[in-house]
Design a protein around this ligand. Sequence first.
Ligand code: BGC
Length: 846
Amino acid sequence: MTHLPRYFGPFLLGGVLLSATDFAQGTPDSAPLSSQQVNALLDRLVGQMTLDEKIAMLHGATDPQTYGQAGYLPGVPRLGIPELRLTDGPAGVRTAQAATALPAPVALASTFSPELARHYGGVIATDGRARHQNVILAPMVNIVRVPEGGRDFETLGEDPFLASRIVAAEVAGIQAQGLVATVKHFAENNQETQRQSVSADVDERTLHEIELPGFEAAVGAGVGAVMAAYNKVNGTYASEHAQLETDILRTAWGFTGFVMSDWGGTHSGIPALTAGLDMEMPSGRNFGALAEAVTSGQLQEEAVNQAVRRILVSVERAGLLPASPHPIVGPVDDTAALEVATAGAVLLKNDRHALPLGGDDLESLVVIGPTAKTLLIGGGGSARVQPTHTESPLDALTRRAGPTAQIRYAVGYDVDGEPIPASALAPDVAPTGHGLRRTTAGLLETRVDPTIDFTGAGAIPAGTSATWTGILTAPSSGDYEIRLQTAGGRGSVQFDASAAVTGAPAGGRGRRGGGAGVGLLATALGLSNPSVSVPFTAGQSRSILVTGTAGAATPLQIRLAWIPPGWRDRKIVEAAEAARAAHTAVVFAYDESQEGRDRASLSLPGVQDALIEAVAAANPRTIVVLNNGAPVLMPWADHVAAILQMWYPGQDGAAATASLLLGEVSPGGKLPITFPRRAEDAPTADPARYPGVNGHGAYSEGILVGYRWYDAKGIAPLFPFGHGLSYTTFAYSNLSVHAGADGGLTVRVTVTNTGTRRGADVPQLYVGPPASAPVPMALRQLAGFQRVELDPGRSAQVTIPVGRRELSYWSTTEHGWVVVTGTRTIEVGASSRDLRLKTTTDIVSK
Ligand code: BGC
């Protein structure tokens, strides 16, 4: 791999005159420069930069190229400082070009596999490099505190230890490819509601024990950049929080890279810079004025130099400066998308071996639900990736099940609807006729279209635009879901002259809450599918205006559809009838998690609960496949035979789902988030905690986040943290605890595959407090785990190291970690509520 510079004149670097040829060949991969050499190099570069060049390093600018990433810095070509391109994100590279759409990070966390996390990071980085990118705006490691959180799918679960292990490996995987990873959002970006302004009011111990360990682990793994959060922490914006950005990050943890703001999350110039923010993104609204602050004497130039230097430190380390050696790039396992989707799938329930599907099931199977037909690849917002390929789970299942399988499909929960029929439409010129009048821009004559359904060869030609006008008369009373489905251009619908819905890409950025009704799921034809609900009484008419504009080079596909009252009930009845006639039913259900807004409820959207209940009532062999980003309520859980949690499985999700359903592979993922039985059971089910009152979210649950809360309060979750079944079974034996090298422990346990298939398991180690602890502590907390893959009948001895840190609490008097001495419990189990082996060990102070 070589990084070709974009400037081909001679450079004076490190006192050596280098010619364009040196750069074109790239500096040979070799040992990193010594810290002395790096210091000398950076001193020289900073010394040679003008003030304007320095300030230009500190804020985003417009990229002259059209790669389409989130952020850009022009660099200083005359000194060989390269341009920097910063791209999202956590589930793959997000530019104008398609890239590997990886499973959602929550699926990665479910693998409990740092090894897979490293591969995952490697795929993001290789894709990034191939798309001219240098900085990856990932991983996100905010702790899942609020089950409704819109970005819960983008992060690594509710447990700090698990998140730390995964994030460190992912950072290493990204940076091994010569790109800079960015751990985000520092800190306490735990909700989307009022994310730009809410203050996370959190006490010192909770901050250190719950939210910060993931960030610290990323720093420990050498992460090059940190992104400050939008929100405030204890009343101060994270982007100008000196305690976070300087005292903790740099002084305590030794971070030497740079801190950037979130997009539009900088609120000041001098205060933010002096607190420790080095780079404003995506523009220079605040930092652009720093040059003047220096010239007028308000700001010491040294503060600017320091920020520039921190950026250059990471640039140098990534091998992006001509004089710095390029990292030796190892091979990347490009099957990570499929592997993580498969390994992260969690089998929540499997009564009477309903899964995997066998011969009887496949002789008469009905598959139900829109996400069986259209793969729900990822969540919405900046983690949305345009995939390089996709396949429907139904197709993958049909293909893999073989020619003798009899598989039928019923939509069950229809989100596509039907084109509004001509019988309900009348053109405004001839109100007794049927259809809408089309006017094409630039043409005098108009025509009447019976329906608006122009897809495939019938699409509206590139470079043209049209409007349709007329009257819509409702045949019966009720709410009509109107859906404007488009691709290749833009569209809008108005009723009675007020805007109702505009066409936006499915799962679009949704940054500030997304457009009304913009969903994640495209139609079966791949069109975006925003909707609006419009009430009508029988016979009521409303004027309607539809606009459609094709792209300059792309025809506009446009479909004006509706879902009239009664339609959904009919589809449920049809699905239940199909299920009754089949041997086995598989229902795909989904939620729509997006950046920019939290989920309004933990329930599955729309009528999906009713659909599952109806199908389960019609067929006891009902299996539910879930495509969601965070916990959902499952009032039907006891009525179905099996539940397979597939998360948002990325672009290879169809193959992963089919291979798991068919038993080609056994599920081995474990929940990284507790699934509550009822919304009110969650630790944040209190408006003072979430979404907060008067702009303040009180983190008064303290350290009792996730399973720590359910354990402390004695609440039985629907599915506990760490839970996940397999098609085989595992037994644990021979638990032993020994003194570890660093003053911690070494725990050994034997895992045996006692079933009949090969499978993966994750024995989990939890530590408990002594009888009298210095502070209130969690009943148990995760302190180690190890994913193992075993053939039937085979055993493995697993060694789990437990560091001193995992035996400590954060002392607010010492302002540091203090080991909790005394007799501590050590439990090993298959989940936080399925603890199979227990012992105690005496921890003494060092
Ligand atoms: C998100 C970040 C993202 C950035 C750039 C922000 O709105 O919060 O996570 O990296 O946009 O797209």
